[in-house]
Every structure is written in C-alpha cells, then in structure tokens.
Design a protein around this ligand. Structure first.
Ligand SMILES: Cc1cc2nc3c(=O)[nH]c(=O)nc-3n(C[C@H](O)[C@H](O)[C@H](O)COP(=O)(O)OP(=O)(O)OC[C@H]3O[C@@H](n4cnc5c(N)ncnc54)[C@H](O)[C@@H]3O)c2cc1C
Length: 450
C-alpha cells in the first residue's frame, strides 16, 4: 500500500467504469514512481486497465529543441518499459486540459492520478482540466522524498529551518520502492505505439539550441550516471564540488528535472553505498534538503519568479541601491553571446551554451554578475531566468527559480554588510573565485570544449 500522505485529492467527483489514467508530467519514468504505483494500486483494486498519457504542450517556458530531444528520448524508453508491463502509453500533442478531456471521454476513464509540481503552469493545467472533467483527480508527490505538504505548511526561511522538518520524517519516507507489476487487466482497444520520429519532425521548438552529446537521455542513462557518481566521485564530493575545473558533481540534474530517475532512488543508492559518512551527508544535503527547499519555495510562493518573492530586507536594500553607478551594463545579446569583459563569466556562459549544464558554483557567480551588469534587479532576474531556462538542460525547474532568487535577491540567505549596487545581498567576485579554484584551468577547459 502506498503511504496515503504522499497523495492528495485535488478534485472530488464521480468515478466512471473505465481504466485508471496516470497523467504523467513531471515524473517521466516507469520505475520508482509513487504516482504510477498509486495509479496501479487503484486500477488493481477496481480490476480495471491502467493507461498512461503524457501531454506535450506546443510550447513550455521557452524550452528549445535541446530540452525536447532529451525529454522525448527519455519518454520513448519509458513507453517501452511500460509496454513490457502491459501498460499502454499515449503521447498527446496540444493543450493538456483539452487532450485530457477528450481522453477521459473516449475511454470512460474512472479516475485520474497525476504528479505534483509546484510550477504555476502545471497547476494551471490541472485547474483547467478540472473545470471540464467530473471524475476524481489525485495528485502524488513523487519528486520530494518527504511530500512537500507534509514537510511544512508554509514557506520556509532557509535550509536551517526546513532541515530538521525533513530529517524528522525521513525514516517514514526514505523507504524502498515496490516493483511496478505487469498489469493483469488489459484495455479492450489496442493503442498504436507512439510515432517518435514523426513527433520529433513536427516539433516547433527552436532548433538553434541543439542536443548535447555527452549525456544519454532516459532512465537507463540516468542510472548509469548515478552509478558512475557513486563509484568515481562521491568519496571526493565534499572537496571537489566547489571546483568547476574538476568533474566532481553527480550530473544528475537533467535526469532529475525530467523525472527520468527518482531523487529517492539516488538518495537510497548513496545512503547504502558504503562510502564515507561525510561524503554521503554532503550529497544528501543537496539532493534532499536543498532540492526540497526549492519545491517548498515555489509551492508556497506563486510569484516565485518576481522581485516580490525576495525577502523584505533584500527588497528594501536593493531598492535603496537602484540608482548606484554601474561600471558595466551589457545588453541581453552581449550576455547571451558571452561577450563581457570577464573571462570567467564568459566561460560559465559558454559552458551552459555548449554543454547544457553550467557548474553549480559558477551558476551563483554567473547570476550575481547579471545583477551587477543590468539596469535593475527586475531586469537581471528576467534575463537570468530566460538564459537559464533556454540553455540549461535542467532549466524550467523550481531549483532554477530558487537558485536565481538566492543569487539576485538574497532568498534563503542572510543580510551581509552593505555595498554598492548589491546592498545587503551577498556579493561574489573574481578574486573569491581564484581563492577557491584554478580559474585559468576552468576557462581553458571550457575553451577546449568549444
Ligand atoms: C543561479 C542558479 C541557477 C540554478 N539553476 C538550476 C536549474 O535550472 N535546475 C536545477 O536543477 N538546479 C539549478 N541550480 C541548483 C544547482 O546549481 C544545480 O542543481 C546543480 O548544479 C546541478 O548539478 P548536479 O546534479 O551535477 O549537482 P550535484 O551537486 O551533484 O547535486 C545533486 C542534486 O542535488 C540538488 N542540488 C544541488 N545543489 C542544489 C541547490 N543549490 N539547490 C537545489 N538543489 C540542489 C539537485 O537536484 C542536484 O541535481 C541553480 C543554482 C543557481 C545558483
């Protein structure tokens, strides 16, 4: 039995007699997926078929071809895994609420189970679907180890305030997954397989941002990356993770963002890895506490991508410094093309353009410089989000909106001694970077890759 507290009824309604529909969205995988397991549990109880669908909207927060390619290849693998368990999969193109409505009618769907996602657009899709659909809709948090609504009922101030709330519930939620069963109740009508090549061909996404060859999309690719991280990098994670010139991070974020692997699976594998406690703790702090703090922020702050989401002290302080003289102001195009006077910043931007993933330490520096080189904090925020969501494979994610608000607006941080332009928001500079790592080596490495 799935722990009911991971699930929520977001719409009551009258159950029909047909299959249970799992409306897959954030969790694009067959294994280790509480939402899918819950949908199967319901279908088994009612002795009805289980159907999975994914709705692909015509555009999604500026996602370019790079993101769609990564996602579609992952979904193609997911379709195969589901079919192996006798669970049909449909990919629907167009407005999600309309497609779900048509599907529910066509199959007399009895109930819908879908994934939790704190982003506004996802919540709107569900709200709109609920306006026309009269059957029950359930939401399952399969992304946070401790369900977002169980951790806290309010926006948390910082990692220090959410940490103990998460840790006290980990014994209950950080548990192993049951297997997805081969589903014993087949659908009467056969569903034709998805025409993946045709869908790729029809895509309208911006193809100038091309796929990246260094990561293999999909759940198997993600599990291989996790295994490599545990065997080759985890032991040195506390030492290497703040050096962009060293391959010390897990590189899991694209897989986590598209739900191709489960954060809970990653946390379990790391916990049982037999590596040093200090290394395990350092990694678990990021993948559990920091990541779940980001979902908490977006869930309880519907305007998470605006100046008003910053803490009061930071807004006041940034307001006081609006008129400060800026030594450099760059246009959006100059930033996008990595044409600033700062070689380190340009390297971070180039890493993102070419690799689709900037190093974590560089992301903080990168966003803070955008604040320094823009005409206002609002403009800086908008530019950082646009660039992040367009080029990062893991973009369009609560982690991104939170990381940018941390860098530009002091979110989850404390006030620092005031200085021009930044006010009390933490400042970072090139000299600080040089004290932490070999800046020249990182720049050369990125140049070598271009
Ligand atoms: C300005 C800025 C923008 C960012 N944009 C994104 C984004 O678009 N998408 C995204 O997933 N992350 C974003 N982050 C957070 C973090 O930088 C990335 O999660 C991390 O670099 C991803 O690489 P990794 O998986 O190899 O990291 P690892 O260090 O191996 O971490 C493993 C996992 O822990 C979580 N994690 C690590 N650091 C953080 C953090 N600071 N906040 C929340 N979760 C964290 C992520 O899920 C990550 O995949 C951003 C941070 C900043 C400062």
């Amino acid at each position: 039995m799935i722990d009911k507290s991971r699930t929520k009824v977001i719409q009551k309604g009258k159950r029909e007699k047909g299959p249970v529909l799992y409306w897959m969205s954030r969790e694009q995988r067959a294994d280790d997926n509480w939402a899918l397991l819950y949908a199967q549990e319901k279908a088994m109880d009612m002795k009805v078929p289980l159907l999975v669908c994914f709705c692909m909207a015509p555009s999604f927060l500026g996602a370019p071809y790079r993101a769609y390619d990564f996602m579609l290849k992952g979904l193609e693998e997911t379709e195969k895994s589901l079919l192996a368990k006798k669970i049909p999969f449909l990919l629907l193109e167009g407005e999600p609420d309309k497609n779900i409505f048509i599907l529910v009618r066509r199959y007399s769907v009895s109930e819908i189970v879908t994934d939790f996602d704190p982003l506004r657009i996802k919540q709107q899709w569900k709200r709109k679907a609920g306006e026309t659909i009269k059957i029950p809709i359930h939401e399952v948090d399969s992304h946070n180890i401790v369900p977002c609504w169980e951790t806290s009922s309010k926006k948390e101030f910082a990692a220090r305030t959410i940490r103990s709330k998460i840790h006290r519930l980990l014994d209950r939620y950080l548990v192993s997954f049951p297997d997805l069963l081969s589903h014993p109740f087949p659908l009467e009508k056969d569903i034709p397989g998805v025409q993946w090549r045709e869908i790729q061909r029809r895509l309208k996404a911006d193809r100038s941002v091309s796929p990246v060859p260094w990561l293999v999309p999909g759940s198997q690719g993600g599990m291989a990356i996790l295994e490599r991280f545990i065997t080759e990098r985890l032991e040195r994670y506390p030492l290497d993770r703040n050096d962009p010139g060293i391959p010390g991070l897990s590189d899991l974020s694209p897989y986590l963002h598209f739900g191709q692997i489960s954060p809970q699976r990653a946390a379990l594998e790391v916990s049982f890895s037999g590596k040093e406690e200090e290394a395990k703790e350092a990694f678990l702090e990021e993948i559990i506490v920091r990541r779940e703090l980001a979902d908490n922020f977006c869930f309880y702050t519907p305007f998470y991508d605006s100046f008003n989401s910053f803490p009061g002290w930071a807004r006041n302080s940034l307001n006081e410094h609006r008129q400060d003289r800026r030594e450099y102001i760059y246009s959006f195009r100059e930033l996008e093309d990595a044409e600033t006077h700062d070689e380190l910043w340009n390297a971070g931007q180039m890493e993102m353009l070419t690799k689709g993933k900037m190093h974590g330490w560089m992301r903080m520096y990168w966003a803070k410089k955008i604040l320094e080189w823009s005409t206002s904090p609002e403009e800086a925020l908008e530019r950082a989000i646009l660039l992040n969501d367009r080029y990062e494979l893991d973009g369009r994610d609560p982690n991104g909106y939170t990381g940018i608000a941390w860098s530009i607006g002091g979110l989850h941080d404390r006030a620092w001694p005031s200085r021009p332009l930044f006010g009390k928001v933490r400042y970072m500079n090139n000299r600080g970077a040089a004290r932490k790592f070999n800046v020249k080596r990182y720049i050369e490495q990125v140049k070598g890759r271009v």
